[in-house]
Design a protein around this ligand. Structure first.
Ligand SMILES: Cc1cc2nc3c(=O)[nH]c(=O)nc-3n(C[C@H](O)[C@H](O)[C@H](O)COP(=O)(O)O)c2cc1C
Length: 399
């Protein structure tokens, strides 16, 4: 008999902790194959860069990237409109950030391969208020000597880490350096710790600012906000169901889909096989195990020694792309510094049921009128984890 403690730890640890280590069962594809030597043997520099780009962080691991290769040295990136998150991301802002992260990894891989990528964003105009068929970017590659960015070397090491973090402070210099590298392409970078815990209100000259706090009061408020956002999302039926629909339960389901929220491990297999863990039970907040599993996220919110956030001066689609690029760089730079990072986005989302927490998130981070709070992450020192699934380059290429 499965003990309550076992099921709790299974539900608590597994849903958003895709530490995939084993190969896929049977003839199913290996969900982490894309992480092994990406682009190896690729003669086409576009495909080499794309093999790295698909390893980008992206909301709910939807991987909504469609690519048309054109001629010898051009390509067009579009969003896969079947892979949006309408309930939790009704304006597609987060999806666009994930496309920005994709472009940043693409660019890093180009520069590591003596190619310059000329990226024209939204060549047919910016779709508002939702994404449509119009392309995100037209890209042309030029062969020329380029300097490799050190962040390229972190692409395979980068993770979203949903483990509890150590009770160990991060030095401000470590955060400053990660923020500096994140914002490096946009000069002059405006980064800074909020020494007394009250976020800076000085308008930034750069398109973004990255700030963080680790002072007790500000940290306590952000931990509470993070947990309340998570809890509110779970209690908002459409938003929670969107996550449940994207849960991939067990190795076979993960291998077949290679996206979404992976629930993996021996206990998951056992609970699934015995009928204890079903899609219905996951969707049922009155189910004791589901409820306790959700509750197990509280200590994650609380174990963060630092919360950091990224604010943009406006919220155009181009800015959202650049914010996604900056976040990818922040995550990579943190990786280089030995830091774990975990976005915590619920209170930043734009659906009505969370509006009060959205306002609270803006207040706590000092987001001014006209500015947009694009990312909120917890950062700290955490255990090493495995990579999240990827569908593989072939799935992104249109015929
Ligand atoms: C805009 C954006 C928002 C995200 N929000 C969350 C979040 O709220 N909670 C979470 O656990 N992960 C969040 N993530 C991380 C993704 O779920 C993660 O990138 C994806 O599952 C792939 O895993 P990987 O980053 O380890 O490759 C977010 C990522 C992005 C780019």
């Amino acid at each position: 008999m499965l003990s309550r403690r076992h099921v709790l730890s299974l539900l608590a640890a597994a849903p958003f902790t895709p530490a995939l280590t084993a190969c896929a069962p049977g003839d199913l594809p290996d969900p982490i194959a894309a992480w092994r030597d990406p682009g190896a043997g690729e003669a086409d520099p576009r495909r080499y860069a794309l093999a790295h780009a698909i390893l980008a962080p992206n909301p709910h691991n939807r991987q909504p990237w469609l690519v048309d290769l054109i001629g010898e040295n051009e390509l067009v990136l579009s969003a896969d409109l079947e892979r949006l998150l309408p309930a939790t991301d009704p304006l597609d802002r987060q999806i666009v950030l994930g496309c920005g992260a994709f472009l940043e990894l693409f660019d890093l891989a180009c520069r590591a391969n003596n190619r310059r990528a000329e990226i024209t964003l939204w060549p047919e105009g910016e779709p508002q208020p939702r994404l449509d068929q119009r392309p995100i970017a037209h890209i042309r590659l030029f062969e020329e000597p380029t300097r490799k960015d050190d962040l390229f070397d972190q692409i395979l090491n980068r993770r979203t880490n949903r483990e509890a973090f150590e009770d160990r402070a991060i030095a401000d210099e470590t955060m400053s350096e990660a923020a500096r590298q994140a914002l490096w392409p946009w000069a002059p970078p405006d980064v800074g710790a909020t020494a007394d815990g009250s976020p800076s209100t000085t308008p930034a000259p750069s398109p973004f600012r990255i700030e963080w706090t680790r002072t007790p009061d500000a940290l306590a408020a952000l931990r509470t906000l993070a947990w309340n956002g998570f809890d509110r999302e779970c209690r908002t039926p459409a938003a929670y169901q969107e996550s449940v629909d994207l849960m991939r339960v067990g190795r076979a389901e993960i291998a077949r889909n290679r996206d979404g929220i992976a629930l993996e491990g021996p206990m998951i297999e056992f609970a699934k096989a015995t009928g204890l863990l079903t899609r219905e039970s996951l969707a049922d907040l009155d189910n004791r195990f589901t409820r306790d599993g959700i509750e197990a996220w509280r200590p994650l919110a609380e174990s963060a020694p630092t919360y950091a956030w990224l604010i943009s001066r406006d919220n155009t689609r181009a800015t959202q792309i650049e914010a996604g690029r900056a976040y990818a760089r922040f995550n990579l730079a943190a990786t280089a510094a030995g830091l774990a990072m975990h976005p915590w986005s619920q209170a930043l989302q734009e659906y009505p049921e969370i509006a009060d927490l959205y306002a609270e998130a803006r207040r706590l981070t000092g987001t001014q009128d006209g500015e947009t709070l694009q990312m909120l992450v917890r950062a700290g020192y955490g255990p090493t984890i495995g990579p999240a699934p990827r569908r593989g380059l072939r799935e992104h290429l249109r015929a």
